[in-house]
Design a protein around this ligand. Structure first.
Ligand code: EAX
Length: 323
C-alpha cells in the first residue's frame, strides 16, 4: 500500500469513526411522570428528531425528576451533563431574566392568547436571549394555567387564601404576586413538594390540572380552586454543548422536532384541563369552580406599576393587547 492510499484509508476510517461517534442518544429530563404532557412532548420530540436526522439522534427519557429539579436540570444543560430539558419557566428567570415577563399573573387571557404571543415575535425575542446566558431554547412548550390547592379550606376569594402557606416555584414574580394575595409564599423545588404537602410543611401549592394529576397531589390535598391565576409556559431547552456540534441542517431538525413536541404538549395540557377536574373529584378533591378571579387580579394592582418599570409598560401592553 502506498503512503497515499494508506493515508486515504486512514482518513476514511477516521471519518467513519467520527460519524459513528456523532450518532448520539440524548438525555432528556423533566419533572413529571412519563404519561404527563411533558412525557407526551418528549416522545414526540424524540420521534420527530430521529425521523428528521435519519436516526442519527435518538433520545432517552429521564422523567419524574430523575436528573434533579428544574433548576438543576437547566444548570446541567449549561454545562452539558443534561442534553435536553423540558421545564416550566419557574426557575428559568434565574438564568434568563427576560423570561420573567411571561410569569406575570393574569397577563395571558387564555390558551390562544398565550400561544399567539409566544409563537410570534415577542416569544421569539425571548428565545433569542438564551444563548447570551449559556443556553439554547428550541421552542416554547406548555405547562398550563395554574390552580391553587390546599389542605385547609375552600378558596373562592383572596380573603379565603389569606394566611395560607403556599409553595411557589423558585420564581421572583410568582413570590411577589403571592404576597399580594396575602399568602405566605414558600419557594421550593418541585421534587420536594409531595413530601412537604404530606407532612404539612406547607398548606398548599398551585399547578396546572395536568401536573396535579400526574404528581398525584389529590392524595395529599383536599381543596382545589380553579383560580387559573397564571399561565405557566414551558420551554424545550438544549445544551449549547450539543448545539455547537450541529450542522445548520441538524439545527433546523432540532427546532422542527421541538415545535412538534410543543404542539403535542399543548394538546395534552388542554385535554387534562378539560377532563382532569372530573378525575380529581373522583379522587376525592373538593373543587371550587366559581372563583372570584377579578378580586385576585385586583390585589395585584399595586405590583403592576413595579412590573411596568421592570419590564416596560410598552412590552406589557404589547402582550395584553395582542390578538
Ligand atoms: O413543570 O415546579 C412546578 O410547580 C412546575 O409547574 C412543575 O415542576 C412542572
Amino acid at each position: 500500500m502506498s503512503i497515499m492510499s494508506r493515508a486515504l484509508a486512514f482518513a476514511g476510517a477516521a471519518a467513519l469513526l467520527t460519524s459513528v461517534a456523532q450518532a448520539a442518544e440524548l438525555k432528556v429530563g423533566y419533572s413529571l411522570s412519563q404519561d404527563s404532557h411533558y412525557g407526551v412532548g418528549a416522545t414526540a420530540f424524540g420521534e420527530e428528531l430521529e425521523k428528521l436526522t435519519d436516526g442519527k439522534f435518538t433520545i432517552k427519557q429521564y422523567p419524574a425528576n430523575a436528573l434533579g429539579g428544574e433548576r438543576e436540570m437547566v444548570e446541567g444543560a449549561q454545562i452539558g451533563t443534561v442534553d435536553v430539558v423540558i421545564t416550566s419557566t419557574g426557575p428559568v428567570g434565574n438564568f434568563v431574566p427576560e423570561t420573567l415577563i411571561t410569569d406575570i399573573p393574569f397577563l395571558f387571557k387564555g390558551y390562544e392568547h398565550a400561544h399567539a404571543v409566544l409563537d410570534g415575535p415577542i416569544g421569539q425575542e425571548i428565545l433569542d436571549k438564551f444563548p447570551e446566558h449559556g443556553l439554547i431554547a428550541l421552542a416554547w412548550g406548555e405547562n398550563g394555567f395554574r390552580n391553587l390547592t390546599n389542605s385547609k379550606r375552600a378558596v373562592k376569594t383572596p380573603a379565603d387564601a389569606e394566611g395560607l402557606k403556599i409553595r411557589t416555584m423558585e420564581n421572583q414574580v410568582h413570590m411577589e404576586a403571592f404576597k399580594e394575595f396575602g399568602i405566605l409564599p414558600t419557594p421550593m423545588a418541585f421534587p420536594e413538594l409531595f413530601t412537604a404537602l404530606q407532612q404539612g410543611t406547607v398548606d398548599g401549592q398551585e399547578n396546572p390540572i395536568g401536573v396535579i394529576l400526574s404528581a398525584k397531589f389529590s392524595e395529599v390535598q383536599e381543596h382545589l380552586s380553579l383560580t387559573n391565576h397564571v399561565y405557566s409556559p414551558a420551554l424545550i431547552i438544549l445544551s449549547p454543548v450539543v448545539w455547537d456540534g450541529l450542522t445548520d441542517e441538524e439545527k433546523d431538525a432540532f427546532r422542527q422536532a421541538a415545535k412538534t413536541a410543543a404542539a403535542a404538549m399543548r394538546k395534552k395540557v388542554r385535554d387534562d384541563a378539560e377532563n382532569g377536574v372530573a378525575v380529581l373529584k373522583e379522587q376525592g378533591m373538593t373543587v371550587t369552580e366559581e372563583v372570584d378571579r377579578a378580586a385576585f387580579e385586583a390585589e395585584l394592582e399595586p405590583l403592576m406599576a413595579k412590573y411596568a418599570e421592570q419590564f416596560g409598560a410598552d412590552r406589557l401592553d404589547a402582550i395584553r393587547n395582542h390578538d
